[in-house]
Each structure stands twice: as C-alpha cells, then as structure tokens.
Design a protein around this ligand. Structure first.
Ligand code: MGD
Ligand code: MGD
Ligand code: SF4
Ligand code: MO
Length: 720
C-alpha cells in the first residue's frame, strides 16, 4: 500500500516541505507539502531528484578502501577502525595539527553536524576547515562585530516589506541563502503586487532581475561604493534615522564621517552605476515605509565581502529598518545553536584571531581557518604541516578557490578519510570512504535553517524509506569515529572523550536539551505550551512559530548590550577601499581585461546532483557567459569553445553570448569539472563541464576574514 511521508527536502537552504509517496522501499513520487508553515507547497525541480539520489546505482552503499586506483568494499567495523587508526597514526607521527578536517555544505543540512563537534574536540587540531570560508564568513564577522553573536543574522522580512534592495543574490534560483525563503520568486513578486519595489543590483540580468521593478547592472565589486554613495546622500540630505535603535546604537558619527568621504561623484564611477541612480536609490530606500537591503554570495565572495555586508547592515540601521517589521529582523529559533555554542565557549565559537593560519597568516574564526589557504598548509613543510584529512560532506576540489592545486595537494596526504556518498573529484583521493545513507533514509530535525528563516518554525523529518540493513547515518559514522579516535591516544584525549556527557551521544538528545532550554521550550513556556522533540515529531507538517518579531536589545550579545554601527576592524578596513578599487584597475591593465563572476542554476546544487538524469537533461549548462560587444571584439560567437585564463590557470568551455551580462564581465557556474579520472558519478562525468575553481585564485580573499573571493578574479577570454 502506498503511503505518504511528510518531511523536508534538505538539499538547499529553503528546506521545503515535501510529501514523499512510498511503497515499501520504493519512492513513487515527491510533491510539495501544502501544509508546510513556510514553503506552503512550493518545491523546485531538485526535490524530485531526491528519488534519483536514493536509487542511484553509482551511490556508495558500503565502505570502500582504495587499493591503488581500485576500490574494495569492506565491512563497517574494519573501515571505521582503519579510518580512525590512520588519522591517529598521522597525529602520533607529526602532532595533532597534522590532521585537518573539512566539513562541506550538506553538513549544515542535517542534525549530524552536531556530532561533528565532539569529533573536533577529540582531534584537538587547529586545522579545522569548512565551506563556511567559501561562503558566509564575512556575514559571521559582521554579526559578531555589530551584534556580538556570529549567528545572529539580520534576515529580510520579505513577506512584509515594501522595498527590497537585493545585492549579489539570485533568490529566484537559489531560493534564498541566509534567508530561508522557499518559493522566493513568488515572495518577491508579491512585494511588487502589493505596490512595493524590488531592485536587483547584479552585473547580470538574472532570473530575479527579470521579475523585479528595476535591475541595476553594477560593476563586479562595485557594491561597497554604491552603498557608501547612498549613505552619503542620506546623511547629506538629513534622511537618516535610527528609529527604535536610538539610544541603543553606537558609532553613527563615525559612519557619517566615512560616508562624507564618498560623495556620489566619487563613488558612482567606481560602482559602475550612474550618479542619478545612486541618488534615487538612496532616496527611495529612505522614503519607503518598510525597506530592506539584502546581500549574499555575489557581494560576500569578494575582497570587500565583510565591508559590504557591514554597509548593508548599516544602511538598514540608519534608515530605521533594522529589527522592525518589513525590515531586516532576527529570527527566534527554538534551538539557537550558534548562541548556545558561544555562551558555552565551546570549540572556539565566537572567537576570532586567537591564532593565525601558518602560511597565509590569516586569522582563525570560530575555531576554523580559511579554506583558501588549505593547499598551502598541505604543501608547505614545517611544524604543523597538514598530512592527514577527514573530509565530511564536501567536495573542496570543485568548490574552493584554486581547486586544481588543492587536488594535487590532497594526492600527497599520508592518510585521508571521507564521509560521502560518492567517489568524487575530492574523495577519490581518500584512503577510506564511509558512505552514509541518502537523505530520504534518515530522520532529521532541522536546527540550522530556522536560525536564518523568514518565519519562525521547527520541523521534524521522519525517514521516508527504511534504512538498508547495514546502512549508517552520518551522525552514527561521526560518533563511531569519535569514540575510536578517543582511544589510546594519551590520557588527555581519553579523559576528554570520557568527559563528554551522555546527553551528547545522539544529536536528537542534544536538540531536545537545546529546545527545552530555548525560547519556546518547556522550561520557559511550561509543559503544556512548551516545545519538546516529542511534540515536534507529532506535528506532521512542522510547527509554525509565527512571523519574525523585534528582538533588540534582548538578543544582543555585545559586551555593552548595544549595537556597534562602526566596529574598529571594519572602519580600519574601509580606509583601504580606494586601494581595493585600484587593485581592480591594475588587474585590467595586466592583460586580464575581464572580471570573472559566478552563477547558480535551478537544476544544479553546488558540485553535486549532477548524476540525476532528470536534472541534467537539456543543453550544456557549464558555459562562459559574455556580452555580445566583448565576444565581437574577440572575434567569438555563441557556441564557440573558448579558453578562460586567469593568473592561476585556464579552463576550456563553450561560449554563451548574451546581453544579459554587463560588458567587461564573464560568468561561469561552479561545481562542474567532473572529467577527473576515476570519479564514480558516471552521468556527471559524461556531462563533465569545466571547474571554474581551477582558475579562481586562492590569494584573492576577503581582506578581514580570508573568505574566498570567487567574484573578483581578473581573467581573459580567447579562442581555443
Ligand atoms: N566559484 C565558486 N565556488 C564556490 C561557490 C561559488 O559561488 N562560486 N559557492 C561556494 C559555496 S556558497 C559553498 S556552500 C561551497 C560548497 O562546497 P562543498 O560543501 O565543498 O561542496 P558541495 O558541492 O556542496 O559538495 C557536497 C559533497 O557532499 C556529499 N554529500 C551530499 N549530501 C551528503 C550527506 O548528507 N552526507 C554526506 N556525508 N555527504 C553528502 C556530496 O556527494 C558532495 O560530494 O562551494 C563554494 N564554492
Ligand atoms: N539551485 C541552486 N540553489 C542553491 C545552490 C545551488 O547550487 N543551486 N546553492 C546554495 C548555496 S550553497 C548558497 S550559498 C546559495 C547562494 O545563494 P545566492 O547568493 O542567491 O546565489 P547566486 O545565484 O550565486 O547569486 C549570486 C549573484 O551575485 C551576482 N554577482 C556576482 N558578482 C557580483 C558583484 O560584484 N556585485 C553584485 N551586486 N552581484 C554580483 C551573480 O551574478 C549572481 O547573480 O544558494 C543555495 N541555493
Ligand atoms: S528549493 Fe528545491 S532543492 Fe531547495 S529545499 Fe526546496 S525543493 Fe529542495
Ligand atoms: Mo553556500
């Protein structure tokens, strides 16, 4: 008898509610869950592909170990013992820091991430890495500096705003990021439908821009200058107001002084936006009843990532749009993971700069180091050189800057363990791969996305199909590794493992505790109204905890419980803005006459899901997008094979000519490049494409955090 299981799709940050129709161990159909509190039935084409992932013959079902270039299936116990012993041996030979960890994007989409924390504790190395430093580190920094909590993100109140200024994000395709907003396309259209405006600032006329009120084709990297120009207008015309932050925020005079340095006539040309537009956008934003500025990877993956996110927060704050309905608001999650970790001072959460990366000198943040510097840590000899790795749910060969170099470095490791479902461009360098079951086979409670959602909610996802007999979930694999790593490596580590309270043995128990202690928990709300995991499980479609509400000053965690509008580290960095602009000019004159930016596509999910036939059908999507004028000037035509060359390498791919992209810019999606020998996803390898990260430059990083600056790469395009 077919049966329908209600749960979430955990592929991207939207975490849409899905109805999975199953019969025994077969998945019949996946549709949107109309009763989900925030996705209300919306799904994108990737949800149905969860069934392909489940059925994929190329997906690993059992642990494998590498023997030369072959893979040999082995049992779980043997695999776990071997994996842990290999890592311990590296630490015994070269010290604890010789083992590095890398946690990839999907770890944020499962409660198993909580089981990674004890593992970090036990490995006791400085070399922790994750996709965070290829993604949102600048946003952590600005939240930590301004609000005192690295995970207190201002999220657009998209469903109630009248004016949304979108900088460097394409939510119609990505469905929002650090803004869980399933069906973002419909939510944005609703703003326009209710008489509001959506303005999209992007070098490309994106799918989001197509339905916006206005598209502003900015020059790549131009955003901090645009924002400063707008702030200049606001201060010069006396249009700033702090609203309810009055008396609660420090530093407005410093912001005014900084904005004074950037008259529109100076800022606009660097931004590549005309002066009248800068002025008009500033006035419109200030005049709107409820407005919100929102930026994401287009502005975060920049040399100026931290500066830009700071200026976005400042623009919201000085127009009285921070922490108010229809502005940028702070969610109130049932389990505020980041805040709890920070309060508990666990694993370096909330810390910044306690030590630096050995080779690059970049600072640690939250106990992690920037992944852009990982290859150097592996290849540069000396005390603390990385010689072993544990890679969990990540594909850094395709997803981090200078991936080709990282790949060469991975091949030199003495020992590498991967927890992944496929033999990928990265995991093919592992000695052992430990494959978890696929998402539909595991139960989950989402505790990460509610921290960044446009509506407060919590949802339990039961497994949709029975887990295969010898299948293991990610958290079980991590826990089994942790307990093995804690054995026989000296008394300190053993004592540390033994001291982990039993409450930390399963992620569900940690979450139950976190929820009980949280704002909606039984300790705060009493046994009748308060939340428990048991209650959340009973609510088949999740629990709606209502729209976002103002949370300041209560949620602030700065030393003086005030908003810091002008943190010294950001003000100091702002003094280098003229220099950053010159850097861009210099690169253009060195023969790299175009700027490379990225793009996401609805049927892709970073570097994976390219093994699903239903997602991969149709024309080649891994193309270099160039303006007709730039193509013409190089004698190139649509469909030609071209070479895109940067200072660190070259890739070849088909050219797509379109006036949707700003002249002087070339756009290439990331996550392709599956032609590496021996990768296990066969369909992906057939439609391999090229990896843009073979040409992104690991030396280009956000100046404060070391976050990868994928969108700032000087390149040239030539015929092959
Ligand atoms: N040029 C360029 N590069 C980029 C970006 C860009 O915009 N441009 N974006 C960056 C961003 S924002 C991100 S988040 C990173 C992502 O970078 P990564 O996290 O390194 O890469 P993913 O492509 O997400 O790879 C996920 C891997 O995890 C495996 N996997 C999937 N689900 C699970 C699971 O449930 N458990 C386990 N154990 N494994 C699983 C998949 O098989 C795959 O190998 O890429 C970054 N790289
Ligand atoms: N379908 C799909 N959805 C996804 C993902 C996926 O791979 N596929 N990945 C998920 C992940 S890990 C993340 S982090 C999110 C990211 O979510 P988004 O940030 O919405 O992702 P992108 O589509 O990469 O949008 C970035 C935009 O910035 C623009 N841009 C580039 N440089 C600049 C610049 O200098 N200034 C401005 N103003 N714009 C610029 C690009 O043209 C692009 O349109 O998406 C998530 N959702
Ligand atoms: S937008 Fe698509 S991939 Fe993302 S959670 Fe929703 S259905 Fe899944
Ligand atoms: Mo991401």
């Amino acid at each position: 008898m077919p049966q329908t299981v209600h749960r979430q799709c955990t592929l991207c940050e939207a975490h849409c509610g899905i109805d999975v129709e199953v019969e025994g161990d077969r998945v019949l159909r996946i549709t949107g869950d109309a009763q989900d509190p925030i996705s209300r039935g919306y799904i994108c084409p990737k949800a149905a592909a969860l069934a392909d992932l489940y059925a994929d013959p190329d997906r690993l079902r059992r642990p494998v170990r590498r023997v030369g270039s072959q893979w040999e299936e082995i049992g779980w116990e043997e695999a776990l013992d071997m994996a842990a012993e290999g890592l311990r041996a590296v630490q015994r030979r070269h010290g604890n820091d010789a083992v590095a960890t890398y946690f990839g994007n999907p770890s944020a989409h499962t409660m198993a991430v909580l089981s990674g924390l004890p593992m970090r504790h036990v490995l006791n190395t400085r070399n922790h890495y994750s996709a965070t430093s290829a993604d949102q580190l600048p946003q952590h920094l600005t939240s930590a500096e301004m609000f005192g909590n690295l995970a207190l993100f201002p999220i657009p109140d998209i469903d109630r705003t009248d004016y949304m200024l979108v900088l460097g994000a394409n939510p119609s395709v990505s469905n929002g990021s650090l803004m869980t907003a399933p069906g973002a396309r419909h939510r944005l259209r609703a703003i326009v439908a209710r008489g509001g405006r959506v303005v999209v600032v992007d070098p490309r006329r994106t799918e989001t821009a197509a339905h916006a009120s206005e598209h502003v084709p900015i020059a790549p990297g131009g955003d901090p200058y645009l924002l400063l120009g707008m702030l200049h207008v606001l201060f010069a015309e006396g249009r700033t107001r702090l609203g309810h932050l009055e008396g609660l925020a420090d530093g407005i005079a410093t912001i005014e002084a900084l904005a004074a340095e950037w008259p529109v006539a100076r800022a606009a040309p660097i931004a590549g936006v005309d002066e009248a537009t800068v002025q008009r956008l500033a006035r419109e934003f200030a005049d709107a009843e409820r407005a919100v500025a929102y930026g994401r990877v287009g502005v975060c993956h920049q040399r100026t990532g931290s500066l830009t996110h700071w200026l976005i927060n400042v623009l919201n704050a000085v127009t009285a749009n921070l922490d108010v309905t229809g502005g940028a608001m702070f969610p109130n999650p049932a389990f505020d993971v980041g805040a709890v970790l920070k309060r508990a001072r666990l694993l370096g959460f909330g810390d910044h700069g306690r030590h630096t990366q050995r080779v690059s000198g970049l600072p640690e943040m939250n106990g992690e180091l920037p992944v852009a510097g990982l290859a150097d840590e592996i290849t540069t000899p000396g005390e603390g050189q990385v010689r072993g790795m544990l890679i969990f749910a990540g594909n850094p060969v395709l997803s981090t800057p200078g991936g080709a170099r990282l790949e060469e470095a991975l091949a030199t490791l003495e020992w590498c363990v991967a927890v992944d479902m496929y033999v990928t461009e990265t995991t093919r360098h592992a000695n052992v791969i430990l494959p978890p079951v696929s998402p539909l086979e595991r139960s989950d409670i989402d505790v990460v996305m509610p921290v960044v959602s446009v509506r407060n909610h919590i949802r339990y996802s039961p497994a949709a199909v029975p887990k295969r007999k010898d299948g293991r979930e990610d958290w079980q694999i991590l826990t089994a590794l942790t307990s093995r790593l804690g054995r026989g490596v000296g008394r300190r580590v053993e004592a540390a493992v033994a001291s982990l309270p039993s409450a930390f043995t399963t992620p569900e128990r940690i979450i139950d505790l976190g929820i009980a202690l949280g704002p909606h928990g039984i300790l705060r709300r009493g046994p009748r109204k308060g939340l428990t995991v048991a209650k959340i499980k009973r609510a088949k479609h999740g629990i709606d905890l209502g729209p976002l509400e103002p949370r300041l000053p209560g949620a602030l965690d700065t030393a003086d419980k005030r908003v810091q509008l002008a943190p010294p580290v950001l003000v100091a960095e702002a003094a280098k803005l003229a220099e950053h602009a010159r850097e861009r000019e210099d690169a253009l004159s060195e023969g790299y006459d175009l700027t490379l930016i990225g793009r996401r596509q609805l049927r892709s999910n970073n570097s994976w899901m390219h093994n699903s036939a239903r997602l991969m059908k149709g024309a080649d999507r891994c193309t270099a997008l160039l303006h007709p004028a730039d193509a013409g000037a190089r004698g190139l035509a649509d469909g030609d094979r071209v070479r895109v060359v940067s200072r660190v390498g070259a890739i070849e791919l088909p050219l797509e000519v379109s006036d949707e992209i700003r002249p002087g810019v070339v756009s290439v999606p990331h996550g392709f490049g599956h032609a590496r020998p021996g990768v296990g996803w066969r369909l992906a390898a057939e439609k391999a494409g090229a990896s843009v990260n073979d040409i992104t430059d690991p030396s280009l990083v956000d100046a404060i955090t070391g976050n990868a600056a994928f969108n700032a790469v000087p390149v040239r395009v030539e015929a092959t």
